[in-house]
Design a protein around this ligand. Structure first.
Ligand SMILES: Cc1ncc(C[n+]2csc(CCOP(=O)(O)OP(=O)(O)O)c2C)c(N)n1
Ligand SMILES: [Mg+2]
Length: 722
C-alpha cells in the first residue's frame, strides 16, 4: 500500500483495499490529511473506524467497501466495465483516465465469484484494471496447504490476464545472481508453504539449521556468505516488501492496455513484528513489552507516537502532496431526472402478465431521451426469458468491439452489438449480475454519471447472488432488479425454478423496496416511481417480483373508476389499496394478497359474499413499504415515549371498525411473509402460502397443492371467521 499510494496512484484512480488492510488504509488517510487524529484510537468502535474499509460508514471516503471476501476484489473490475459503458455513451472524460485497482488477500481467491468475474466476456479487455494479490500464503486459520501460486497464475493467464510476479526482493535477487545462487532459489521454491512459514519463528544459527534441513553442503557453503544476523532478513526478503520492485511491477501493468493485470506480491504476514509468519498470527496481539520495544525501534515515545510527520520534512511534504492529489471528496447528490408518473400505452382489454407489461414499459421509458441515455439493462443469460427482448431489439446490446452480426437482420430477436447499445449481457452468474448493478448503480460517484441500471433475474436465483446484492445495497448503489418469473405460478418450469422466500429478502433488506404488483397500470406507476427514487437523496433501489401469468385487468379498472387515478396511484405507491369493497359495505373478513393469485382471491371474496361473509380485498403492492412505515412509526414513538399515532398507510386502508377483523393472507410465497399483518391491530391471521418445495404441474395443480385455489381460500376464511 505504501508503494501504491506514495509511488503509483493518481487522483483519478479507484482502489479497493482488502479487509485486513483497513488499519493501514486509515493510517495513510491520516498521514495524508484526510482523517482526523481522533479516529486513530477508535478502530472498530461505534461511530469510529470500521473493521473493514467502508464506503458508507467510514469518515474517510473509500472508493469501494470490502469485507465479504471476494466481492471487494472484483468491484474495481466491474467499475472499469461501467466506466467503459459511460465513456462509450457520453464520450471520454476530459480528465486523465482512471485505473481501477484492487488489493486482494490470497485466500480471497478461494471465492468462486472471483473466477466467475474474470471469465465473463463482458469484463474482457479492461486494460485499466490491476489487482495486487497479497501473497502471504495465510488465510485466517492456517498457512494454506499446497497453495500453488503458479496454478493460480495460469488460471489468470487462461482468462486472458497479464500476470506479473513480485516474488523476491532485491536482497534475494542479488543472492540468486551470485555463483551458486540457483541452489538457494531452487531450495526456497521447492519448500512447502508450511515449512517456509515455520522458519520465521527462528533466527540466527537455529534458523540456519532449520532452513538447511534436507539441503546439500553446497548450499550450506553458499549461505556462509551471510552471517546469522543477515540470514533472517535475507530469507524474508520477498517482493511484496520491496517498494522499488513493486512500483516496477505496477508500471509494467500500465504498459499493458488491452487486458487486466494481476500482480502476485509475495509477503510475510506480520512482517517486521515478532509474530511474523506465525500460522496463528491472525488473532495475535503484541504484548505490552513488545509494543514498547517496537515503538522504541521506530524512535517514538508515547508522547509522539500518533503524530503526523513534521510538515517541513521530506516525509511531511510527500504526505501533503499525496493527500492533496489523492484524497477523495465527499460525494455529490444524484441529479433528478424527468421521470413521468406513468409511461402508459397499455392495452387493458385482454389479460396480461406483469412480466410482459414490464417488457413493454421499458421500451416506452426508453423513448424519453433524457432517460434513455442513462438507462442500461443487464441480465445473466436470461434476457429473453425475462422479457427484455423488445428492449434489446430497439436499443441494442453493448459491446465496445462492435462484432459483426453474422446472422443479420430479419430475425424476431436481433442481437445487434454496438458501442452505444443499452444492454449488457452477462454469463450465467447471479453474483456478476448484482456486482454489475453495484458498479452501474454507483455511476454518479465513480464515473460522474448517474445511471438507471435495470437487472433481470429468475426470481429463485436472487438467492444465488444474495451476498453481492447485500454488498450493493450496503454501498448505496441504486438500481432496479426484476425477479421473474416467480413463485409456483411459473408452474410447469418446476420446483427448481419456483421461489418462495424472496419477498422476505426484499422486505428485510435495507435500501431496497420490494414490490409485487398484479396489474399492469400499478406496475407502470411503480416502475416510474422506482426510477425517480434512484436519484432521490432519501431514495432506494427497487425490487419488482413479477409473474408470467396473464391477469384480467377489469378489477383494477373498476377500482380506478371508484377511487380516481390520483388516489389509487398514491395508494399503490404507498404499498396497497382496497381492490374490492365488501358486498354489503360491512366487512366481516379481510383478504390480503398480492401478485398473481389475485384472481383466486377476488373469486373467493365473491363466493364468501354469497355465503354472507362480506369480505374486503386488499391488494398489497408493497408489503415492504407498508411494514416499514408502520414499524418506523412504532420505533419513533418508542424513542420519544409517546403513543403511536395511526397515520401509517395500513390504518388508512382499514377503517376503524375493520381493524379487528380476521385476516386471511394469500401469497404465492412463504405464508410467513404476510403473517405480520395480524400484529398491527391485534387480530387473528390465517396465513396461506407456499411452505414446501414445489414441483412441475399446471397453475391449477400447484395452487391446489398449496391451498391457493379460490374454494380453498374460502375454507381458510371460514377458519378465520369462526
Ligand atoms: C465471505 C467471507 N467469508 C469469510 C470471511 C472471514 N474472513 C475474513 S478474512 C478471511 C481470510 C483472509 O485471508 P486472506 O484473504 O489471505 O487475507 P490476509 O489476512 O492473509 O491478508 C476470512 C476467512 C469473510 N470476511 N468473508
Ligand atoms: Mg493471505
Amino acid at each position: 500500500m505504501t508503494a501504491l499510494w506514495f509511488g503509483h496512484l493518481s487522483g483519478e484512480d479507484k482502489v479497493a483495499v482488502k479487509p485486513h488492510s483497513s488499519p493501514v488504509y486509515h493510517a495513510i488517510k491520516y498521514l495524508t490529511g484526510e482523517l482526523d487524529a481522533s479516529y486513530l484510537t477508535r478502530l472498530r468502535q461505534f461511530g469510529g473506524l470500521q473493521a473493514y474499509p467502508s464506503r458508507t460508514k467510514d469518515p474517510d471516503v473509500a472508493d469501494f467497501s470490502t469485507g465479504s471476501v471476494g466481492l471487494g476484489v472484483v468491484a474495481p473490475l466491474f467499475a472499469a466495465a461501467a466506466r467503459r459503458f459511460v465513456e462509450s455513451h457520453f464520450g471520454p472524460s476530459d480528465r486523465v483516465g482512471s485505473r481501477f485497482i484492487a488489493l486482494a488477500g490470497d485466500a480471497e481467491l478461494d471465492e468462486g465469484n472471483v473466477w466467475e468475474a474474470i471469465t465473463d466476456p463482458a469484463l474482457r479487455g479492461l486494460g485499466n484494471v490491476m489487482w495486487v494479490v497479497d501473497t502471504n500464503r495465510q488465510s485466517l486459520d492456517r498457512v494454506i496447504p499446497g497453495q500453488k501460486i503458479k496454478k493460480l497464475m495460469e488460471f489468470f493467464e487462461g482468462a486472458g490476464w497479464h500476470v506479473v510476479e513480485a516474488k523476491y526482493g532485491r536482497l534475494l535477487q542479488e543472492a540468486f545472481s551470485r555463483p551458486g545462487g540457483n541452489l538457494l532459489r531452487r531450495h526456497i521454491d521447492d519448500m512447502s508453504n508450511e515449512e517456509y512459514q515455520s522458519l520465521f519463528a527462528h533466527s540466527g544459527a537455529e534458523l540456519r539449521r532449520r532452513f538447511l534441513n534436507g539441503a546439500g553442503t553446497e548450499l550450506a557453503e553458499f549461505l556462509d556468505g551471510w552471517n546469522d544476523d543477515q540470514l533472517g532478513p535475507l530469507l524474508q526478503n520477498l517482493g511484496g516488501h520491496d517498494l522499488r520492485t513493486l512500483v516496477d511491477c505496477f508500471r509494467r501493468c500500465d504498459e499493458v492496455c488491452d487486458r487486466p493485470s494481476v500482480v502476485f506480491a509475495y509477503t510475510v504476514k506480520g512482517w517486521g513484528l515478532p509474530m511474523a509468519g506465525d500460522p496463528s498470527n491472525h488473532a495475535a496481539l503484541l504484548s505490552t513489552p513488545q509494543v514498547t520495544e517496537f515503538r522504541e525501534s521506530l524512535g517514538l515515545t508515547t508522547a509522539n507516537e500518533w503524530d503526523r510527520f513534521d510538515p517541513d520534512t521530506p516525509e511531511g511534504r510527500m504526505c501533503a502532496t499525496v493527500g492533496g492529489e489523492l484524497n477523495n471528496v465527499a460525494p455529490v447528490p444524484r441529479p433528478s431526472l424527468p421521470v413521468p408518473e406513468s409511461v402508459g400505452g397499455l392495452v387493458a382489454a385482454k389479460p396480461v402478465s406483469t412480466q410482459e407489461t414490464f417488457g413493454r414499459l421499458l421500451v416506452r421509458l426508453g423513448e424519453v431521451p433524457e432517460l434513455l441515455e442513462r438507462m442500461v439493462t443487464t441480465s445473466p443469460d436470461v434476457s429473453v426469458s425475462t422479457n427484455l427482448g423488445g428492449w434489446i431489439n430497439k436499443f441494442g446490446v453493448f459491446d465496445p468491439e462492435e462484432p459483426q452480426d453474422f446472422l443479420g437482420e430479419g430475425r424476431i430477436l436481433r442481437w445487434k452489438q454496438t458501442a452505444t447499445g443499452h444492454h449488457i449481457e452477462l454469463g450465467i452468474s447471479e453474483m456478476n449480475l448484482f456486482l454489475m448493478l453495484h458498479a452501474l448503480g454507483l455511476g454518479h460517484e465513480l464515473h460522474d454519471r448517474h445511471l438507471v441500471p435495470i437487472g433481470t433475474v429468475y426470481d429463485p436465483f436472487v438467492c444465488r447472488g444474495l451476498d453481492a446484492l447485500v454488498y450493493a445495497l450496503y454501498n448505496d448503489a441504486r438500481f432496479i432488479m426484476v425477479g421473474t418469473p416467480a413463485g409456483v405460478t411459473l408452474a410447469p418450469e418446476g420446483g427448481a425454478h419456483q421461489s418462495s422466500i424472496t419477498p422476505s429478502i426484499g422486505l428485510e433488506l435495507p435500501g431496497l423496496d420490494y414490490s409485487e404488483p398484479a396489474f399492469a397500470r400499478a406496475l407502470d406507476w411503480l416502475l416510474c416511481d422506482g426510477v425517480d427514487r434512484l436519484s432521490r437523496r432519501d431514495g432506494n433501489s427497487l425490487y419488482l417480483r413479477l409473474s408470467t401469468r396473464p391477469i384480467d385487468q377489469s378489477a383494477f379498472i373498476e377500482c380506478e373508476e371508484r377511487l380516481g387515478t390520483s388516489l389509487l396511484r398514491d395508494h399503490v405507491l404507498r404499498g396497497g389499496y382496497r381492490l374490492r369493497e365488501p358486498d354489503d359495505g360491512r366487512a366481516r373478513l379481510v383478504l390480503a394478497t398480492c401478485g398473481p393469485v389475485v384472481p383466486e382471491v377476488i373469486e373467493a371474496a365473491r363466493a364468501l359474499g354469497d355465503e354472507g361473509v362480506s369480505t374486503l380485498v386488499l391488494d398489497l403492492t408493497s408489503s415492504d413499504r407498508l411494514y416499514r412505515e408502520w414499524r418506523t412509526g412504532l420505533r419513533d414513538a418508542s424513542r420519544i415515549a409517546r403513543r403511536h399515532i395511526d397515520d401509517f398507510h395500513l390504518a388508512t386502508l382499514l377503517r376503524p371498525e375493520e381493524r379487528r377483523l380476521p385476516i386471511v393472507t394469500v401469497h404465492d410465497a412463504a405464508s410467513h411473509h404476510l403473517a405480520w399483518l395480524g400484529g398491527v391491530f391485534g387480530t387473528r391471521v390465517v396465513p396461506v402460502g407456499v411452505d414446501s418445495f414445489g414441483q412441475s404441474g399446471s397453475i391449477h395443480d400447484l395452487y391446489g397443492a398449496f391451498d391457493l385455489r379460490s374454494e380453498q381460500i374460502v375454507n381458510a376464511a371460514l377458519v378465520a371467521v369462526n
